[in-house]
Design a protein around this ligand. Structure first.
Ligand code: PLP
Ligand code: COI
Length: 339
């Protein structure tokens, strides 16, 4: 195994020892296979390559002070991949196959789970693709489900430090009745140009508005959006955003902290009323926001005036990561411990 500088890990691909794969053929899933190859042998007419029959997941495993490895909300990612499969007319991965594959991939690569105390984790990437050949636009008859893992540091290089966002009015990542609510690769393809433009200007990510009216907040690059107003945790209700498992968890933690949770349309001008704003997701964890620039109205919204993340965002971040690393009791049954 190579020498890994665990404390300086970027959010990037690193080769690990094994991945696991399972093939859907003749109407059923086969046995789980273990592979040490990083490559696929794929038909050139596979529907994933031509017609975007492709969805993925993202979850993490964490090593605690006690040396135990904990996977966060595995069952939720299994459910979301099922819903992505339905949305793209792909074979569904049964929940027990998903769980078995994820656990196997982590067990086989347990040396790659970063040590406790450095804020790093093992990112788990399940992938489902149409592997059957078709030339007409139709769903494949064959599928490949695979899971690989890679050790990662923070998605936004700042870590738990406030970043700037740019409101996107020239591009949409998803249509109102499109695929924004499923984790389809095509949504990310649509986000590449605006994200590159934002990065060039020094912004960490794009804040998307609803594609139809450009009035309401949708989500924030590869993460959901939340705002804190007094004792309220407020997050957008939209059919074109990914239902984030991190956001769902933060809503529960906010309630545990005695806060009120509102899931509703959030008008872009309401940005002026928030005490704190953040992006949340598996990769992003909680990324606090210090400035949001809206080129449509020339308005600039500012938070974290003292340069530090807000008090409530910090409390939520500490609770979430304490549960993930086994430092706080898992009262909601979110953790699967791997032996
Ligand atoms: N929104 C998008 C577009 C994402 O890619 C992600 C990442 O998975 C999220 C939100 C956050 O979802 P989760 O918290 O389940 O990782
Ligand atoms: C995640 O948070 O798991 C994501 O999938 C975000 C991004 C890397 C696509």
């Amino acid at each position: 195994m190579q020498n890994i500088d665990w404390g300086e890990l970027p959010f990037a691909y690193m080769k690990t020892d094994y991945n696991v794969r399972c093939y859907f053929q003749n109407g059923k899933w086969g046995e789980l296979e273990i592979s040490s190859s990083e490559y696929l042998n794929l038909h050139m007419a596979a529907t994933s390559l031509h017609y975007g029959q492709e969805a993925f997941e993202g979850l993490k495993a964490f090593k605690g002070k006690d040396g135990k490895i904990r996977i966060f909300r595995l069952d939720e990612n299994a459910k979301r991949l099922e819903s992505s499969a339905s949305g793209l007319l792909m074979a569904k991965v049964p929940g027990d196959l998903f769980e078995k594959a994820v656990i196997k991939a982590v067990e086989l690569n347990k040396d790659f789970v970063p040590p406790f105390g450095l804020g790093a984790s093992l990112y788990i990437r399940p992938l489902l693709i149409g592997s059957g050949a078709e030339v007409g636009v139709k769903a494949a008859k064959e599928y490949l489900f695979l899971v690989f893992v890679t050790p990662v540091g923070p998605y936004f290089k700042e870590g738990f430090k406030p970043v700037d966002l740019f409101i996107c009015r020239d591009f949409d990542r998803a249509a109102p009745l499109g695929t924004g609510n499923i984790k389809a690769g095509g949504n990310y393809a649509a986000s590449l140009i605006p994200t590159n433009l934002a990065h060039k200007d020094g912004y960490a990510a794009i804040l998307y508005l609803d594609a139809k009216e450009k009035k309401y907040i949708d989500e924030c690059g590869p993460a959901n959006f939340f705002g804190i107003k007094g004792n309220k945790y407020i997050t957008p209700d939209s059919k074109s955003i990914l239902p984030s498992i991190t956001n769902k968890s933060l809503m529960k933690l906010a309630e545990d902290m005695g806060m009120e949770v509102e899931v509703r349309k959030v008008h872009v001008e309401e940005l002026a009323e928030f005490d704190e704003v953040g992006a949340c997701g598996t990769a992003a964890v909680i990324t606090p926001v210090k400035k949001i620039v809206d080129p449509g109205t020339n308005k600039i919204y500012e938070y974290c005036q003292d340069g530090n993340p807000g008090k409530i965002s910090t409390k939520l971040y500490n609770r979430l990561t304490a549960i993930q690393f086994g430092e706080m009791e898992d009262v909601h049954d979110w953790i699967r411990i791997i032996n």
